[in-house]
Design a protein around this ligand. Structure first.
Ligand code: GTP
Ligand code: MG
Ligand code: ZN
Length: 322
């Protein structure tokens, strides 16, 4: 569920913003500050949406933190086409992604569901799913796993095993195909009333799924890509779309490699919920869950309570990325 701010929180945020704004000489305090939502940005140019759904091109005021898709901001209009972002409202959550040199950079804000999109072909990669789930758990967001392009599955593809493994962990898992209307309906339902972001490798069908959900939204894709000068098919910046039944979906550029995420060991453990529930019960408080005697995690793997594959991915992520 999308969390709504209480009146008290809204008042506090407003007061903070006013104080922030008054520190800057370059901000015109006569012009009204209008609330807006960041739909997309390319470089320093931001496309924000006013409460009446009007889109406006903005540049950020100097010294503002990096603004991302999904941010709630205040803007001041310069004319009918352009505006300045004067403040970024407090974020409920911030999803980051690996940038160049292994540094994490902000990707999208105020997300409450991460939709991890995999496709039948090439086959899904549990290591990538688990890495996205680590990010999801640390955001306190829900995780939805999509297995797209089911129309390409042949009798040799064992979809059931993979779907069940994550369902048993409590994640919502949906097989989809842009050619199967019922699967798109199920996806629509799972996105209802939430702010979700689609993530996954390039080419798995994130944008296609959104286009199938929102066929009439092609116009906005055109608008935005014309403004950015990008004529290509592949998504190059995150874009937020409204869903007809309430809620929002953010399309994001697919990753081409697995990058470095630089999570801390605590974050990685927190990302594996069935493992974190048992950690702390090992004989040694600094147990690395390797060869130590009295390791509860290793026993749970032996007993089949923790899946071998998940434990291997946990160790791989701990070793490579911390
Ligand atoms: N057969 C089949 N093809 C699909 C399906 N969904 C998407 N595709 C195709 O997969 C290709 C890539 O789809 P995109 O939607 O651009 O993939 P993406 O995940 O948005 O890729 P990036 O923007 O690069 O991250 C396109 O040629 C789509 O037509 C599906 O359910 N079945
Ligand atoms: Mg795309
Ligand atoms: Zn242990």
């Amino acid at each position: 569920m999308a969390r709504r701010l209480t009146h008290k929180q809204q008042r506090r945020i407003k007061q903070n913003q006013q104080q922030q704004l008054e520190q800057y000489d370059d901000v015109n305090t006569e012009t009204p500050n209008l609330p807006a939502r960041v739909i997309t940005n390319f470089g320093k140019t931001i496309i924000a949406e006013l409460e009446n759904r009007e889109l406006i091109r903005c540049s950020p005021r100097q010294n503002l933190q990096q603004i991302v898709c999904g941010d709630n901001v205040l803007i001041q209009k310069l004319d009918n086409k352009d505006a300045v972002v004067t403040a970024v409202l407090e974020r409920e959550s911030l999803l980051k992604k690996p940038g160049f040199g292994g540094k994490l950079k902000p990707m999208a804000a105020n997300i409450d569901q991460v939709v991890i999109v995999m496709s039948v072909s090439p086959p899904p990669n549990t290591y990538l799913i688990d890495r996205y789930l680590v990010a999801t758990e640390n955001l306190s967001a829900s995780g939805l796993i999509i297995l797209n392009k089911t129309d390409l599955a042949d009798e040799n593809t064992d979809l059931k095993a993979l779907l069940n493994e994550y369902r048993e962990l409590g994640y919502n898992v949906l097989p989809t195909s842009i050619k199967d209307k019922n699967s798109i309906k199920a996806l629509d339902l799972a996105l209802n009333e939430r702010t979700s972001i689609m993530v996954g490798l390039s080419g798995v069908g994130k944008s296609s799924l959104i286009n199938t959900l929102l066929p009439e939204q092609n116009i906005r894709v055109g608008e935005v890509s014309a403004a950015s000068g990008e004529g290509t098919h592949t998504t190059t910046s995150s874009i937020l779309y409204h869903l007809p039944n309430g809620g929002e979906i953010i399309d994001s550029p697919g990753v081409r490699d697995f990058g470095l995420w630089n999570n801390s060991a605590e974050d990685v453990l927190y990302g594996f919920k069935e493992i974190r529930d048992l950690a702390g019960q090992c004989k040694f408080s600094d147990c690395k869950h390797d060869v130590e005697p009295g390791c509860v995690i290793n026993k749970a793997v032996d007993d089949g309570l923790i899946k071998q594959q998940r434990f291997q991915n946990y160790k791989k992520i701990i070793h490579e990325y911390t």
